[in-house]
Design a binder for this molecule. Sequence first.
Ligand SMILES: [Mg+2]
Length: 225
Amino acid sequence: MSKLQSRINTWIFDLDNTLYSADSGIFQQVHDLMGKYVSSYLNISIDEAKKIQRSYYKEHGTTLRGMMDNHGVNPDHFLAEVHKLDYSIVGPNHQLNKELKKLSGRKIIYTNANMQHALSVLDRLELSNFFDEIFDIKMANYVPKPEIKPYEEIIKKYNLNPNSSAMFDDIAKNLVPAKNVGFTSIWIDAGYENFSDDIKSSKKFLDFTTTNLHLFLEKVNKGNI
Ligand SMILES: [Mg+2]
């Protein structure tokens, strides 16, 4: 197989826990705000809300999708409320930014979060206006990864050749449809257990695994991978 930089012209990046670290605390904030939202919307305790949140995340891909399907929640309101975050705890990774800037080709953000969240995070990462496209959950008609439909949508919308596209994600099962549509898949092993992930059955769909995106891109840029 030829080197990545010679055959890939489009790089698709997940945002949260891919472009910045899982231990930033942002994910915990979103998680807590979702719990509060579900609790007040359904008029149940926080503990019960957390259980529902967990099962929707697992069965519907996102808590939002479960809340939409089962309770008719307004997605834009939900997303606005659960992303009222303290973004000051996220900061730039200069080594990663350097390698991202060296990488030649089109760069796309593909996130299950909303546009405002993506823009806020990218601002904190000092990557505002860097990516060519941002594909958010609204553009996916609120159909989250790992359902295959939004992947097909991205290919159509941005006129991608899947064989020359690569996708990065910290959730292994999000790379199963990526591989199935023809993308090269790169799993960011963030070293934590995501309760909804299924690493074992996703393994054979992963072309590459790395624990450090910056080092991986450095190798790509040097032509070592
Ligand atoms: Mg992620």
